[in-house]
Design a protein. Structure first.
Length: 105
């Protein structure tokens, strides 16, 4: 598995990435960074962990809204492996990226 360097809220993370999934992961990082930056810029939340939880919830809610409006999409292909959108999986990936910052949930 390949590793990429990503920056979220000015902090660097080494993220594991399946071969061929680099662009998709970079797009996901950009979305998370934008979401967390918007929360930070609103000025009501200061703790990075709390921003990450709120960003994850906002993104999961948006995804749930899309799913409710559209017929269930086929599972996504990531590196040739079928993977359904899974909030638990995303939380595990965020926990792994945060490393020593502790687990979110």
């Amino acid at each position: 598995m390949k590793q990429i360097e990503a920056t979220i809220l000015g902090q660097s993370y080494a993220l594991a990435c399946p071969a061929g999934g680099e662009q998709l992961l970079r797009e996901a990082v950009a979305i998370v960074d934008r979401e967390m930056s918007a929360i930070r810029n609103a000025g009501k939340v200061k703790a990075r962990e709390r921003m990450a939880v709120l960003a994850a919830l906002n993104l999961a809610y948006q995804r749930a809204e899309q799913s409710a409006r559209a017929p269930h999409p086929a599972p996504a292909q990531v590196g040739g492996i079928e993977r359904e959108f899974d909030v638990e999986h995303l939380i595990r990936r965020i926990d792994a990226a945060l490393g020593d910052d502790d687990h979110l949930l």
